[in-house]
Every structure is written in C-alpha cells, then in structure tokens.
Ligand binder design. Structure first.
Ligand code: PEP
Ligand code: MG
Length: 886
C-alpha cells in the first residue's frame, strides 16, 4: 500500500467520497465538479490520518511527497509559488471529519506568509495594511492553534496597540501599526511556545497538517464523539485551499447566505455580508453586517452570480443550502455549502415547495420530515427569548406550554377558573379526586410520579401541558407556598410550564400558538395516500373523540373507561359502588353509573360516525378510586362527632381491605371483571344501549369491546360469552347484526403473547398494550424505573433508549411478533393494533409497520406525527425490499 493515493485535488473527488475526504472535502470537490467558483485546493484523506497515526504521530515520507505534488499543481493553477516573495501562494488549512465535528481544530488562514512574502502580498495587492494585517492574523492563529499559545495573549497586545493609536476598528490600523504588532506577536510566540514562529513556509504547512491530525484526539473532540456516538476510528481529513481575501478593499467582502428563509421557508435569499472583511469579522460582531438584499445594489453583478450559484446548489443538493462566500476584487468565490438548519415550520414549507417545483418526490419530501419537530407546531410553544428564570426541570409528561397562576389544590383551581383566572395546578401528586382541578387548569405540575402517573395520563388525554416528577419542588400547603431550586413561589404567583422539555419557569412567558399550515395539511394528505398502517386515537370522551377526528383519526384504539368515572359528579357514585356492603347497594350505584357511561359512549359513537371505537372495560385496581389512607386518618382525627368518626373508620377498614402489595400485578383488569361480574355487565350494557340509540337514529356504530389484562384464553372465553349474552338481550338478533361489534383483548401480559394462538380462538382483535407489556417483560414498574434507576441505566448505556418511550424490539418486540404469528395462524382475519404509549413514537410505529399490525393508536395530538411516521415506515420498508430484491 506504499503508494496509495493519500491526497486528492478538489477536481478529483466527489460527494460520494465522504468517508475518505471528510464531509467538507467531499463537498468542496462536488462543488468544483459542478463548475462552481471554488478556490482550488486539495484534501489529505482520512486514510492518510491512519498512516500518520500508525506511524506514531509522524507524517510519512509518502504523504509529504504527495502533498508537495498537490501543492505544485495548485501553484500552476494559481500562477503563484508557495514561499515565493514576489507572487506568494497562500493557503488555508482546515480539519474535515466525516461527520461534522465542532470539537475539532480551528481553521488557520493565510498560511505561506513570512517576513518576505508579506512584502510580495503588499505590493501585489497595492494594499500594505491589508498584507500586514493578514500576516499578524496568521501568527495569531498559528500561534494559538498549532503552537498552543493562549489567544488572550495576542488579544491583549492587539488591544494595547489600538488603545495606543486611539483606534477602534482593525481596518483603521496603519501598516506601521501592524508591523509593530507583528514584532510583539513574534516575541509572544517565543515566550509562550518556546520557539520562533517558523519563517519556512514548508514547515508552517507540515506543522499545520500535523496539528489537524492531532486535534482528532484532543479532549473536546473525544467528548464530542462520545456524546454523538461518532466512532473514534473514523479519523479526519485535512483541507488545504488557496486563499481568497474578502478584506482587500471595498470591492471585497464575505458573507453567509441561505437559499431560502430558514425560519419560515419562504423562497428568498436570506443572509448577511460585510464589505472589506474576513470570515471571523462576521462572527465577531464588531461591525454590523448588512442583509443580503443590499448586495444587489452594492455589487449587482456579484449578486446576480450569487443568486445563480444558490439556484444551482439547491438543485444539485435538492435542499435548502447554507453557503459561505467571499468576494475578492469583485469576483465571487464559494467556500462551503451544506444543508441549512431550519425550523419545523420552514421544514414543512420547504418540503411542500420542493415537491411543487419538481425538485423532489413526495416520498422524498415525507422522508425529510423530522416528526419529533412537529411537536413544535402542533402544540403551543414558548417565546424562548422571554425566559429568564427556570425554577426547576421535571419530566416532560405532556407537551405544550401553559402559563397561569399557581393553585395548590383542585378546588382553588376550579374556583379561580370560574373567576376567569388562568391557573396552573401544582400538587405533590394528583389523584382521581383532583380531576376537576386538572380540567380547570391550563397545565399541571407535580412533584412526584412518572410519565404514566395519573396527572400525566389525564393531562395527555386532555391535551394539556404537564410536568411531573419534579423532585426539587417542595410544596408547603400550610403556608400556601412552594419552593423549587432555591426560588420561592406563593400561591397566586404566575408560573409557566413547558411540557415538552419539563421546564418550570417563573413568571408569565408569552406563548406561541400552534400552527396547522396549509403545507402540513398537504403533506399529511400525501402520507395518507402512502401509508399502510391506520392511525387511531386514544380518547375517553366525546370531546377528545372530536379532537381526534379533526386530526384525522380513523378510529379509537383505546377508550379507557375508568377515566369516565373520575369526573367530580361521578366519583362519589363510583366510590359508593366500590364500598357497598350488600349486592343491592352495589347494584343501585351501578344503575346510577350506567346512564352516564351510556351517554359518553353515545357521544363517542356519534363523533366517530361509524368508525371503530375500541372500548376497554375497567382496568385499574379499585383502590385507585378511593381516597388515600393518610387522608382518611387525618379526617378521622379531625372529625368532631361520633357519626362522622364511625363513617371514617368504616372507610378506613374498606380501603385497607382493598390494599394490595403490588397493585400492578394484583386485582385489576379482567380479574376484576371475573370476580365482580356486575361491573363489566353494567359497562357492556351501557355500550350496547348507546349503540342501540345510535342505530335507531340512523347512525352507524362499530364498537370493539376490549378485555384488559388477559393472561389465559379461558378468561377471554368466559367474558366473551357475557358480552354476547348481553348483546343479545339489549340489541336483539337484528340490531346485533347491524351493530357488528367485535370482542377482543389486550395483549399486555407476556403469557398472553406466548399463548396467543389459543387466545385468538375467542378474540376478533388483539391490541398490544405495550405499556404493561414492557413493564412485565422487563419486570420494571414504570414509575419506579423512571424515577429511580432508569436514568442511570441510560447514562451508562446499559439500555439504548427508555423502553417506555421507544418500543424494545429485541425483547418486547419478539413477544409481539410471536403473538402476531400464532394469533393469525389461528384466526387469519384477526385485527391487530397497538394502544400503548409507543403508538405515537416514530421508531415504534416503524416496528408496528414491519410486524404487520393494522393500526397504531396514540393521543389525539400525536396523530399528525403518527400519520407521517407511518408513511415513512412504508417508504423505508418498500425501499429495503427493493434493495434486497435488487
Ligand atoms: C398498556 O398497558 O399499554 C395500556 C394501554 O394500558 P394502560 O396504560 O392503561 O395500563
Ligand atoms: Mg395496561
């Protein structure tokens, strides 16, 4: 391999050679090939880095030879010579890793200047101050980057010079001033680097190349690689490029231009430039740059050329470009181009516009949408510039932003809401009894509880922002105060929540409205045309169902009926049902609950207009509906008569009797329905009565009745019989056919997945409850895991991702695939979907697509994202199939 090619002229490479030439090198080569005005140069490959590294940090002779050869080519092209006093070639040296890496070495400009060549540059340019300014910049950059002298040492000297001259701007410094500074700089190098600044230009170049190679392993770069999972063995390339100068006079300049507006996507050139300046001057902010539009008047020819370069680059890369340019003596040069960073709103407009302009296909446009960024658009956001005081950060439990006055209990929240005040409910944790407070508030903040805590689930369902598990929060209910991160807040003070990041902010921060743009609607339509997966919503009431429809839900994948019992008017009835001592008492309470549920179901059926509505029968353990034991004890102590006291002691006995060691694995789900059949009977009856009302009103219905927590086929068999019996009783034969209900089960216990073949015999559908399935497969209780050890696991990279957010394909996914296979083998027409939180996550949606599920279900506000993610999954999957077939 002795003579392997280690150096490529820009004319020899192309965009496909990124691994060898680094990102920047490949890009410069690609632009050169496309005929753009790129200052000529060459790239030293990543392979050369490896030989350098293997040779024990020494530049091998072969590399030196190839660099010299490339340099000669450059000299011929430019008609200049490196180190030649009369007509010196000057170059820049930059690092260029495969993945862009800000932790790497800084650029060195003006390499090739020394005491002699600087005179050549001065006479050639006819601009002495310019030439000496370039030289002192070289000593400064070289001294810092290659020889390790702190920048501040040079800055100090520069400052002293200007102060002495009574000058503020660099460009007013005369040549003589620069000459004096150069002498000072040289002394500075000698003093701090213990060596002379090299006058030999070949030595300058060799040391600079070595410095780039070594910078691959500096601490900044190593940390950056670790954070961004960039492999250490990629190595870096080095770009050596002939200099062009934007600081030679008033027909020179430098700037940055975006081919479209990166904040809203509008098709106009967008950017800034500075006349008579070098790149750093734009960043340094000493002079205020002019907007690119002004270039049209100042340098019309250059503007025209720049515009056509922008068009060309955009067409070439099929995306909005972020371009660095320099104008030297009225001639335009392009120094760099890359895909421009953009806001979510701009991303949508760009995608839609590029399709309209015939630049990319709809599939390509869809693949470019970063679905996680859609959150920015679909929920209200914060005016980031107004944020001063972040009090604490909790778990980002429900996205969106909200601002309001702190209310420390649900009653206060509800009362203030009535007075028209916006409130934020702040609690240690919420319970079902707080529901009216949640309803009344703009957002919810809790000190305890994870992403599936009551507050989180309820807030997500209502589309309200929620921050929970904010452990640094301490609430003093007596003093009506809370403290967080050292800051104190009284009830009634304003705070702002950012449910997307978990931030709790002091004061009233202005909110930015959600934006459903015309472009988003168009892109969603394309997604719908392409995707195979259907998108359902999790919704528990008619309002949520309507919201879900608005976002495009094709059905309801999970209606958690327990949520219907939490409303303040219903909870007492539910509690009476649970606490009943006799069957009669219990039935009386159920009779009261039935019409409430029936009306809810009817509302949901009407909202969904015949689309499937998956209704899950009661799932949580009963104690969740009851007051907390400590609360009851307190009330017992405070009671002022015997009757009250005996009532409380009865309650306490009952709550104790319902206590479970591990409620998650206890008496809940179908186990409850089997032991207390009257509860499920009531729910089933309510569903069919609601269906009957709709059918009689000429409205189509399609209820999918879902039995939770099944672990054995017999459980489903038994409960399915109940459903069929009650359907017969309520609907009669004819309406029963018209109703066309389905009975199915959640697959959320590992044993259900393992015995899915048997279970399928009694199921019309499977819905994977991946929240519980993940909990039970890992043996993690979610709230405990997320609150205690999971962050540590993620930090140590024991797990790649939080399995409650991104479906664990390796373990949980295997159970799903197995259940799909055996379920379908037993019942080919089996309908399948997912209703756990994962239904709104991009990667998990892709998994569901590959596994062949019919639908995913997620919260109404995530539906647009899910529609796009489902289309992306389809596109990616079909590309992979094509690839493996080809
Ligand atoms: C699940 O377990 O995935 C599920 C949807 O049920 P829940 O979160 O209500 O337990
Ligand atoms: Mg569950």
């Amino acid at each position: 391999m002795g003579n392997a090619k280690l150096v490529y002229a820009f004319t020899e490479g192309h965009a496909g050679m990124k691994a060898l030439l680094g990102g920047k090198g490949a890009n410069l080569a690609e632009m050169t090939r496309a005929g753009l005005p790129v200052p000529p140069g060459f790239t030293i490959t990543t392979e050369a880095y490896h030989t350098f590294f293997r040779a024990g940090y020494r530049v091998p002779a072969e590399l030196q030879r190839q660099v010299q050869e490339a340099l000669r080519g450059l000299e011929v092209e430019k008609g200049q010579r490196f180190g030649e006093p009369l007509s010196p070639l000057l170059v820049s040296v930059r690092s260029g890793s495969v993945t862009s890496m800000p932790g790497m070495m800084d650029t060195i400009l003006n390499l090739g200047l020394n005491d002699e060549t600087v005179r050549g540059l001065a006479s050639l340019s006819g601009n002495e101050p310019f030439a000496y300014d370039c030289y002192r910049r070289l000593i400064q950059m070289f001294g810092n980057v290659v020889l390790g002298v702190e920048s501040i040492q040079f800055e100090r000297l520069l400052h002293r010079l200007k102060a002495g001259l009574g000058i503020e701007l660099d460009r007013d410094v005369p040549a003589d001033g620069w000459r004096r500074l150069i002498e000072d700089y040289k002394q500075c190098v000698l003093r701090f680097a213990n060596r002379e600044f090299p006058q030999n230009v070949q030595e300058q170049l060799a040391l600079a190349i070595e410095a780039v190679f070594k910078s691959w392993n500096n601490q900044r770069a190593q940390i950056y690689r670790q954070l961004n999972r960039i492999p250490d063995d990629q190595g870096t390339a080095v770009n050596v490029q002939s200099m062009v100068f934007g600081n030679r006079g008033d027909n020179c300049g430098t700037g940055v231009v975006f081919t479209r507006n990166p904040s809203d996507g509008e098709s106009i050139l967008y950017g800034e430039y500075l006349i008579n300046a070098q790149g750093e001057d734009v960043v340094a902010g000493v002079r205020t740059p002019q907007s690119i539009g002004a270039l049209r008047d100042e340098m019309p020819e250059v503007y025209k050329q720049l515009k056509s370069v922008c068009e060309k680059l955009e067409r070439h890369y099929k995306d909005m470009q972020d371009i660095e340019f320099t104008v030297e003596n009225g001639k335009l040069y392009i120094l760099q181009t890359r895909n421009g960073k953009r806001t979510a709103q701009a991303a949508l407009k760009l995608a839609a516009d590029f399709v309209a302009e015939g630049v990319i296909s709809r599939e390509e446009a869809l693949m470019r949408i970063e679905v996680s960024h859609l959150d920015q658009l679909l929920h209200r956001g914060l005016d980031e510039s107004a944020i001063r005081d972040v009090l604490a950060v909790g778990l980002p439990a429900s996205p969106g932003a909200a601002t309001g006055m702190v209310a420390l209990d649900a009653d206060t929240a509800a009362a203030w809401r009535k007075e028209g005040k916006p409130v934020i409910l702040v609690r240690s944790e919420t319970t079902p009894e707080d529901i009216h407070g949640v309803l009344a508030s703009e957002g919810v903040l809790t000190a305890r509880g994870g992403m599936t805590s009551h507050a989180a689930v309820v807030a997500r369902g209502m589309g309200k922002p929620c921050v929970c598990g904010c452990e640094s929060l301490s609430i003093d209910e007596e003093q009506r105060k809370l403290s967080a991160g050292g800051g104190a807040i009284s009830e009634g003070d304003w705070i702002t929540l950012d449910g997307a990041s978990g931030r709790v902010i002091r004061g009233c921060i202005p909110l930015k409205e959600a934006q459903v743009t015309e472009e988003l609607l168009r892109i969603l339509q394309w997604a719908d045309d392409i995707r195979a997966l259907q998108v359902y919503a999790n919704a528990d009431n008619p309002d949520d169902a309507l919201t879900a429809r608005r976002f495009g839900a094709e059905g309801i994948g999970l209606c958690r009926t327990e949520h219907m019992f939490f409303a303040p008017s219903r909870l007492p009835v539910m509690q009476r049902m649970i606490l009943a001592d006799t069957g009669q008492e219990r039935q009386a309470a159920l009779d009261e609950l039935l019409p409430m549920q029936r009306d809810d179901f009817e509302g949901i059926f009407r909202a969904m207009e015949g689309r499937p509505v998956t209704i899950r029968l009661l799932d949580p353990p009963l104690h969740e509906f009851l007051p907390k034991l400590e609360e009851l004890h307190a009330k017992f102590e405070a009671a002022d008569n015997d009757i009250e006291r005996s009532q409380y002691s009865r309650l306490i006995r009952k709550v104790k009797s319902l206590h479970e060691i591990n409620p998650m694995l206890g008496h809940r789900g179908c186990r409850l329905g089997i032991v207390h059949p009257e509860i499920y009977d009531m729910q089933i009856e309510a569903i069919f009565k609601a269906a009957l009302r709709c059918l009689e009103a000429g409205i189509r219905v399609s209820p999918d009745i879902m039995i939770p927590l099944v672990s054995d086929a017999n459980e489903l068999k038994l409960l399915r019989e109940r459903v069929d019996e009650i359907a017969e009783q309520v609907l009669g034969d004819e309406k029963r056919k018209e109703c066309g209900y389905k009975v199915g089960t959640m697959i959320e216990v590992p044993r259900a997945a393992l015995t899915a073949g048997k279970i399928a015999a009694y199921a019309d559908f499977f819905s994977f409850g991946t929240n519980d399935l993940t909990q039970m497969t890992f043996g993690y209780s979610r709230d405990d895991a997320e609150g205690k050890f999971l962050p540590n696991y993620l930090e140590q990279k024991l797990l790649p991702r939080n399995p409650f957010e991104v479906l664990d394909g390796e373990g949980v996914g295997q159970l799903i695939e197995l259940a799909m296979m055996n379920g379908r083998a037993r019942k080919p027409g089996l309908k399948t979907g997912i209703c756990g939180e994962h239904g709104g996550d991009k990667e998990s949606i892709a998994f569901c697509h590959r596994a062949g599920l019919h639908y995913v279900s997620c919260s109404p506000y995530r539906i647009p994202m899910a529609r796009i993610a489902a289309a992306q999954a389809q596109i990616e999957h079909s590309q992979n199939i094509e690839f493996s077939a080809g």
